[in-house]
Ligand binder design. Sequence first.
Ligand code: AMP
Length: 537
Amino acid sequence: MQPTMMRYELTLTSLFRRAGELYAGTEIVSRNPDKSIDRKTYADFDRRARQLASALRRAGMNKGDRVATLCWNHHAHLEAYFGIPIAAGVLHTLNLRLHPDEIAFIATHARDRFIIVDSVLWPLFEKVRAKAHFEKVIVVRSADQPLPGGAVDYEAFIATGDPGDPLPALSEDDALGVCYTSGTTGKPKGVCYSHRAIALHSLAAGLADTLGVSRRDTVLPVVPMFHANAWGLPFACVMVGAKIVLPGPHLGAADLLDLFERERVTMAAGVPTIWLGILQALDAEPARYALTREMRMVVGGAAAPESMIRGFDKHGLRVVHAWGMTETAPLGTVSNLGPDADAWSDDERYAQRAKQGIASPFIELRAMSDRGPVPRDGTTPGELEVRGAWVAASYVEPCDEGADKWTDDGWFRTGDVVTLDASGCVKITDRTKDLIKSGGEWISSVDVENLIIGHPAVKEAAVIAVPHPKWDERPLAAVVVKEGATVTAEALRAFVAAKLAKYQVPDAFVFIDAIPKTSTGKFQKSELRERFKNHVW
Ligand code: AMP
């Protein structure tokens, strides 16, 4: 028997139209560069994104053309997130934290035709423009900021579009957007998402057992909209009609806490370094902010230390730990407790929440060693491989490296070393390149870091492998101490020794001012390895 279902294209256009019809009054709040607050509604968003779509087509954007953004998180960026793809263009979010030469390389590789850029990023853009060509430069600015020469004002540009223009019919296999990976080695590589992948990813993000984004939520993505689509939250929020709060360029703990309180935020998302700063601010002044009880803080991009999860619980705030990659759009796994956890001890529950969790529907995982799949026993490590409905099958061409990331049987090699347990829960122990091999034994840098960070005097810690004449490699811990606190290497050694096997305890604890970070806020361990490669043991 043949199925008798309609063929219905899974496109962003469908989600966009529905939001415009159903959620007209829901708010979209942005913080401007001067810290004033901009309030719009979904009705405004619907009209303005349609205007942008129409203006782009009138300006000569054809199906499949790339339109770049170089923007902080704000309402115009959200309009671009929808206005470009519903007009059959391809949204290319450029990472403003990269070096201008790298941004120029990426924009040229993607063959971006137009760009939307924040006026506060103009000095950066001028350096990019020296090395990359854009046919049209559209600037988002407030009325009192001058319009740079050769650029078009964003408001004037969208005013050339008619919100009544019909939207083009799209196939679910059409390109929606492109992101480049922020790898610390090799050239940046592009991942191009289809409408279908993003539509299904959005549905998945709405499930109660994943992120559970709902119409009743007020969502603040701290994660930049240039980092893996702000983890898909802008798309998922519009799908369900959640109130959206966008922080602009102000990502300091006090500014964010102020917005959480003022806008009654129920869910925010960002990398651990952002949350550690927020936790320290809350610990310092526990009574200062009246936050929504049980506010969820989605933590991803790097491991959420157990001490951080416990720390937020004390303030009545709930960490939701998730794992993903640019190549997986990015949602892969989420750590939520199942019904069996009701019978567990507190310690067991915290240990589970610090793991990366189980696969979303339509995502499959396996952990592989040289000898094939490793047993799901929670202890045997293997490299995590993934396949699914929103996982990349290749990088954007031309690309002469990275083909080895896909196995012959069609799985993507993540480069993450994990254990899987019988319940399918993933625990990331390291990146393959960050593992430490000492005397033939592997040491997980992540495990050791997460213990050190649990010490009350420690602000940040990164553990790296340093060459060693006898053991091949030994762990060195680079530690940043909290302002006003003091601690000795001996005290830290004693603190972690209680919970680690002897060979896992770092041989050296060195105190530094700051851990170097990548453009997306992760520890740049390659830089630390370089700095300490001649360490004398
Ligand atoms: P990106 O493509 O820049 O988002 O980086 C993806 C990588 O970030 C993954 O392969 C992991 O190494 C790391 N990552 C993401 N989420 C987590 C997490 N929850 N715990 C540990 N590592 C993570």
